[in-house]
Design a binder for this molecule. Structure first.
Ligand code: G3P
Ligand code: MG
Length: 259
């Protein structure tokens, strides 16, 4: 298997549900909980700028309305992406990928960029995210891990910046899933954690890839995945799980926090 520079524990959308997802406040909080790597969701504004948002629409996590890809970045940047969560986070803004990159690079934090295209923009988003990431991380020791549920987005990312590591996200083991990940030159398959079995873990490892899971929030599930030999967990429960310290990746454990 290729070298794998990433820690075993990855904080989902910054700090799970403890802060407004995909905002800088969330990444700050996740880092305060000891996490050194984060997952985020990235899509394009109407004028083509990559920024953080999970949903196709603005309604759930901002004070904006409607599809996210019909508004220019200047308008998106003025939205309140924190008040929906709680008053403490009022005024928190949507970060651009550049802003998050600068935060991560300045703090020595690693990133898993989930390419989350607005409908119909799969290839365009894969291309822009890969090119932007390659530029932002050009001097970094460890590149961001690009992942997506969309094979088209990953194929575009591969065509644009083949050196950036890729992961295929799977919510079901559809026919041809393993061949798809291999054809996309993925370094990892990132599954809904309920999909992993000893057989699927072996299939992925035998193909030279790592087996990662999302989104694991209880200790029993985490322990089962670790015992099965999987290689990483994306979690919301940053206040429950103690991430392994740098250099201790071989001691992948579901350690509960004591404080
Ligand atoms: O990247 C792992 C996970 O974030 C995928 O699901 O819907 O939370 O983006 P979702
Ligand atoms: Mg995601």
């Amino acid at each position: 298997m290729n070298a794998w520079p990433y820690p075993n524990w990855i904080a989902h959308r910054g700090a799970g549900k403890l802060a407004p997802e995909n905002t800088l406040a969330a990444f700050r909080l996740g880092a305060q909980h000891g996490y050194r790597m984060f997952e985020c969701d990235v899509k394009l504004s109407a004028d083509g700028l990559p920024f953080l948002l999970h949903d196709a629409t603005l309604d759930r996590t901002t004070n904006g309305r409607g599809p996210a890809n019909t508004q220019n970045w200047n308008d998106l940047a003025a939205l309140d992406a924190g008040s929906w969560h709680s008053p403490d986070f009022a005024g928190e803004s949507l970060p651009s990928l550049q802003t998050l990159a600068e935060f991560c690079l300045s703090q020595g934090l690693l990133l898993n960029i989930e390419i989350k295209p607005s409908p119909g923009q799969e290839s365009q988003t894969g291309t822009v995210v890969a090119n932007t990431a390659a530029c932002l991380w050009q001097n970094a020791d460890v590149p961001p891990l690009l992942s997506s549920f969309s094979p088209d987005a990953l194929a575009a990312a591969k065509a644009a910046q083949p050196q950036l590591p890729r992961g295929l996200l799977l919510d079901s083991l559809r026919p041809g899933w393993l061949d798809c990940a291999i054809a996309l030159g993925c370094q990892t398959v990132i599954c809904n954690h309920k999909l992993w079995t000893p057989r699927t873990v072996s299939q992925v490892h035998d193909a030279g890839m790592r087996a990662l899971s999302y989104t694991v929030n209880d200790e029993a599930s985490a322990q089962k995945l670790i015992e099965m030999g999987t290689d990483g967990i994306i979690t919301d429960a940053v206040d429950q799980f103690q991430p392994d310290r740098a250099g201790e990746s071989q001691t992948f454990q579901a350690r509960r926090k004591t404080n």
